[in-house]
Design a protein around this ligand. Structure first.
Ligand code: GUN
Length: 282
């Protein structure tokens, strides 16, 4: 039986630690707000945004909500970001992605001042992470590092295989595992012999974007399996990129979907907001 890595429980612990820190910061007169911007009404984005605002309320930080219509121009969005950049009370700015197709996502990411970039998406934040300097870390990969550490899983010296090379998950995940002294391989859609490669992994992080794709034949006995995927199957049930029933008997530890990686993203966003209020970036 694999150890179940309980992201719900670990994220709750982190949020409770942050709640205490926020209360202490308040006593010292240090407060600040997270600005959450959503353009359009994509239902999945609305759920994420609501969860982020609820997490702010739970830990005791103010959230400022900007729900902009689908037709908002890039210029209007940039003007709002500029206004929030200049507002000292705003300590974090989050633009929920994706933005509508007529808006250049990269231009939006670059417009957010790096000391308010609590998503860790700005090229300066990415560069700082890459060379081990101060800056906000992207929330999902930082959350996975916390899941591993708080579950007592050693990263140093382990062969970590990351499947996926997105800017939000795969690439930063590989860098953070490297920072923890893992030996890291990045695999992707063009990788040859993916099964054989995955079977060499001590820690397998799966962000491939295909429901239940990773079965028993991709997993070495005793491996740690981290599933970043989230999909709805034909019965409207949530599932990940890993075939959990096949993987669980082989793994030494595994994340479930839901309740694994998912809740960690918001916990780490809250961590970045609190660091920003405290005046310690990253
Ligand atoms: N869309 C999907 N994931 C994220 C995220 O972590 N941050 C933002 N801003 N948008 C997202």
């Amino acid at each position: 039986m694999a150890q179940l890595i309980d992201g719900k429980k670990i994220s709750q612990e982190i949020k409770d630690e942050l709640k205490e820190r926020v209360a202490k910061l308040k006593e010292q007169g240090r407060t600040g707000a997270l600005a959450v911007i959503q353009v359009g009404t994509d239902p999945a984005s609305s759920v994420y945004v609501r969860n982020k605002k609820n997490a702010c309320a739970y830990i005791g930080i103010e959230s400022l909500s900007y729900e902009l219509p689908e037709e908002t121009t890039q210029q209007e969005l940039l003007a709002l970001i500029e206004k929030l950049n200049e507002d000292d009370h705003v300590r974090g700015i989050l633009v929920q992605l994706p933005v509508p197709a007529h808006i250049d996502e990269n231009a939006i990411i670059r417009a957010i001042r790096p000391d308010k970039d609590v998503d860790g998406f700005h090229p300066q934040s990415v560069g700082a992470m890459t060379i081990g300097q101060k800056g906000f870390l992207p929330c999902t990969p930082a959350g996975i590092i916390q899941l591993l550490k708080r579950s007592g899983i050693e990263i140093a010296g382990k062969h970590c295989v990351v499947i996926g090379r997105s800017n939000i998950v795969g690439k930063p995940m590989a860098l953070l595992l490297l920072r923890e002294n893992g030996t890291v391989t990045i695999a992707h859609s063009r990788t040859q012999n993916l099964k054989e490669l995955c079977r060499q992994a001590d820690i397998l992080v799966v962000a491939i974007g295909k429901p239940r794709f990773i079965g028993a034949d991709y997993i070495k006995e005793g491996a740690v399996v981290i599933d970043v995927g989230i999909h709805r199957n034909e019965n409207n049930k949530l599932c990940g990129d890993v075939n959990f029933e096949e993987a669980e008997p082989l793994a030494s530890a595994i994340t479930p979907v839901p309740g694994g990686v998912g809740p960690m993203t918001i916990a780490m966003l809250m961590n970045n907001c609190v660091e920003s209020i405290a005046g310690i970036e990253g």
